[in-house]
Design a protein around this ligand. Sequence first.
Ligand code: M6R
Length: 364
Amino acid sequence: EKGNYRHFMQKEIFEQPTVVAQTLRSYVRQLEQAVALPQFDFDLSGINRVTIVACGTSYYAGLVAKYWFEQFARLPVDIDVASEFRYRDPVLEPGGLALFISQSGETADTLAALRHCKAAGQTIAVVVNVPTSSMAREADLLLPTHAGPEIGVASTKAFTCQLAVLAALAAHLAVKRGRMSRAEECEVVAQLIETPSALNAALAHDDEIAAMAHLIAPARDVLYLGRGQDYPLALEGALKLKEISYIHAEGYAAGEMKHGPIALIDEAVPVIVLAPSGPLFEKTVSNMQEVRARGGKIVLISDAEGLAEAGEGCLATIEMPKVHPLIAPLVYAVPVQLLAYHVACAKGTDVDQPRNLAKSVTVE
Ligand code: M6R
């Protein structure tokens, strides 16, 4: 039931602090300040490579995880969308972990890729929201998300719960591989525990985002820019907007702008920039200047520090709390979801049942 909400998608966006906390309870031991995975028989310390396969929003969660596994656990990661992966004869060496991410656990291409990897002797890990699904049954290592049923066709709470599990998995692998000290593990746990309140802080901008939706709703095209682990969020923001508002949207790595997409920029193309302050911020600010010099209108999503430095002259800004890089993708997911939601409402589209889309894609 939708309760006081107008749409399931809206309800599911607002459930995120609760369901992320619920999910993290299975992956974090608060008293011991340790990450811990659900009980299983494998020793992950021998893993030498990770192959991530998924579709749509779940694939974008995997893209974020690639940054984390490489950065924290120093594990090489290969990642692909399932429909490409299964037909490209990927190299799968012994000792590999194949990781599948899916809300439904029934997506046909992802399931076929899982079976392919199993036949090739990979250890199969699955991050899945439906515990009775085919993928859950066929996993060696089942990593459930506890998002509860997701009804809206546009995935929201499943995504942030996937990210929560993947962050814990990245930390677990890093500890197992001797790449993360006890002090760093405690810090990660402390940050993960803070996530629900950071999500609440992000949700507090709902009215403000609703009020700016009319600035985006008339656009024919919208660009989303991000860097590093926030680049997949740009892709996710663009996917959310196109799915439910039918506005053409693209996500780009901020530094790729000048290699082509900048040709699209004019006053009619809003550019949504996702950029927490930090070591890469200056680079993104110079990309913003390139956009502005061509008349582009920017919506900057950043923290107080970032907005103080680069917020001036923007069409609009949205202030996120200042958070650890490990939880930034979860927090920055909220404003892009809300923006897509309110733009769709402004356009009067069917938010929960967008045209041409099914909740679970069980055909190839
Ligand atoms: O159930 P899955 O996570 O395997 O589904 C994958 C995609 O079909 C799904 O994320 C799709 O892209 C959503 N409509 C995104 O909002």
